[in-house]
Write a protein of this length. Structure first.
Length: 245
């Protein structure tokens, strides 16, 4: 099992998160919207949910949100938004703004630090802002940071290839497994590093620097819980409570 590293970077390093300085791999094809759609009147999910024997009894969806097979990349969402977009940046992020000239941020929701605007002390996504809940219906949701850690701590993980797609595979003691494709992430109009890295949101905010949220990141040599700017388009792997909970 890969060791998970919790990292905190300096403010100077954080500034690098907003520059599109990485390799361009693909062009945007994602249809766009900007406002949250809070309707939860959706059909039951036909996709399998996997029991990995976790202490919490939590079930993990076998596919990404927007996908119907484990290898499909699925859809990408900014943190707290419930619609996909063609452009992912601070200019169209619904819950925050970034002033690049002065390197300041203003958060309109999910803020625990008065430096970044009015404080509401919301630290975890509410159902109306959880894309998994909105798309799949009540019960499904984005995992918290702690639930990602539970998955990591109670399974073995490895970089592997499945049906021609690179990704990370968790295998539990009960023999069940979960495959996460290396679907990359969206910044501006570009999908970065598909089939090379995986970027999966948690529902947990970074409370000191509230323009960041926690996500699970992996590549061939590394797997960890880290943080990303909230505007970035990441994958979502939904969870829900097991029948015994």
């Amino acid at each position: 099992m890969k060791k998970i590293i919790f990292c905190f970077a300096t403010i100077a390093f954080m500034g690098l998160m907003f520059a599109s300085c990485e390799r361009e791999d693909n062009e945007s094809t994602t249809p766009g919207g900007g406002n949250n759609n809070t309707s939860q009147d959706t059909p039951s999910d036909p996709v399998e949910w996997v029991d990995l024997g976790l202490p919490s009894g939590l079930l993990w969806r076998s596919c990404n949100l927007g996908a119907t097979t484990p290898e499909e990349f699925g859809d990408y969402y900014a943190w707290g938004e419930t619609q996909t977009k063609s452009i992912y940046n601070w200019d169209n992020y619904i819950y925050g703004d970034h002033d690049g000239d002065n390197e300041t941020w203003t958060m309109y929701k999910y803020n625990t630090n008065e430096t970044y605007g009015a404080v509401d002390n919301l630290r975890v996504l509410e159902p109306a802002d959880d894309a998994a809940t909105v798309v799949l219906g009540a019960g499904a949701r984005i995992p918290t940071q702690q639930e990602w850690q539970e998955l990591i701590s109670n399974t073995s993980g490895e970089w592997t290839e499945q049906n021609g797609v690179n990704g990370w595979k968790f295998t539990a003691e009960n023999g069940n497994s979960l495959f996460l494709p290396a679907a990359g992430r969206w910044m501006n109009e570009t999908l970065y590093e598909p089939n090379h890295t995986g970027s999966y949101w948690s529902s947990s905010l970074i409370t000191d620097y509230t323009y960041f949220a926690r996500y699970y990141s992996f590549q061939s040599i590394d797997s960890r819980i880290y943080f990303f700017s909230r505007f970035i388009g990441c994958s979502i792997r939904p969870v829900k409570a097991g029948n015994n909970k």
